[in-house]
Design a protein around this ligand. Sequence first.
Ligand code: NAD
Ligand code: GDU
Length: 333
Amino acid sequence: MKRNILVCGGAGYIGSHMVRLLQDEGHDVVVFDNLSQGYAEAIPGVTLERGDLLNPADLADVFSRHSFDAVIHFAALIAVGESVEHPELYYRNNVTGTLNLLDAMRNAGVGKLVFSSTAAVFGNPLTELIDEKHPMAPLNPYGWSKRMVEQVLSDMAAAFGLRSVCLRYFNAAGAHPDGRTGEAHDPETHLIPQVLLAALSLRNRLTVFGDDYDTRDGTCIRDYIHVLDLASAHLKALDFMDGNEGAHVFNLGNGNGFTTLDVLETAKRVTGRDIPYEIGPRRPGDAGVLVADSARARTVLGWTPQFDALETIIETAWRWHQAPHYGPFAVNK
Ligand SMILES: NC(=O)c1ccc[n+]([C@@H]2O[C@H](COP(=O)([O-])OP(=O)(O)OC[C@H]3O[C@@H](n4cnc5c(N)ncnc54)[C@H](O)[C@@H]3O)[C@@H](O)[C@H]2O)c1
Ligand SMILES: O=c1ccn([C@@H]2O[C@H](COP(=O)(O)OP(=O)(O)O[C@H]3O[C@H](CO)[C@H](O)[C@H](O)[C@H]3O)[C@@H](O)[C@H]2O)c(=O)[nH]1
């Protein structure tokens, strides 16, 4: 079934991959983005409505000129460390911004939303694998902002019948295999792009944040999930909302934990380059281990990741990072 989809934050890293997949599947897409972190070049040929979630008039304008079957909402501030220093920015953009979007949807009679949540809602895990029932205890304002929106969506389902799916991504990574879209954050804080930038000598040596965690080599463990596998879960979520009322949550990861040193070792193999690093102190707000139990997404949504090997994730990112089409390190602009 062809759908009209509004993608908020669709010019950003994950959103732009989502937009490409929606187009490949024959859906009509409009992107709403303030380009604070996104790039128009990431979504060539797509209707881009430049506007800000914090300006309700921008949203009202977009909803008055288009009609949508559903909204996929990626737009947010995403840096954990910055959220500790400036919680006000995170609560305003991520919580107030989402409330503004929900008001606009309600005024326009749009009743379905897929929301980007995060493993950061859980805090330090109590079990080896984190499923949807794991208690939530965010360690930082970024995680709290997402936790708050999850609660808002649950309450809005009860009050107004809003249908929603919160997808809690673990560590998004990788790029489209054709190398035309990829991760281009500025500043870049994520591990895999930083490692690849170090391999290209585009940044100084990498600092590994702590080697005194209770893990096999002392460095943090994360569950890296390919950006296109995240995007495909959103398509499944759109189908799911057709037949299911209420607010739903799913954890999205591969269920494989890799240490920071595993990532460095794999990147060294993939790139064939030396990647200089030093061990530094822990980063405030970091959990030691975050690995998903995504059984529910697999069974209930029928989702199957296609790019689950860390090697493949890093290979696709490496293709992008060697010749990014946009972003701070763009070549051949
Ligand atoms: N990258 C990850 O590893 C990861 C992990 C878990 C969850 N998430 C969530 O996924 C979503 C997308 O992450 P990403 O890595 O693609 O981030 P990103 O920064 O690349 O994309 C976010 C986009 O939203 C836009 N935006 C931000 N605030 C806006 C506003 N007020 N109005 C309009 N547009 C606005 C930005 O310009 C950008 O294009 C975020 O909600 C993030 O919290 C990301
Ligand atoms: O220069 C770096 C960057 C990262 N790391 C380590 O690498 C791992 C991954 O760090 P990222 O910054 O790439 O990702 P996070 O796990 O901190 O955060 C990601 O997952 C979170 C959920 O926990 C949020 O959703 C957030 O938006 C998303 O980027 C962490 O153990 C971190 O300590 C380093 O050692 N050095």
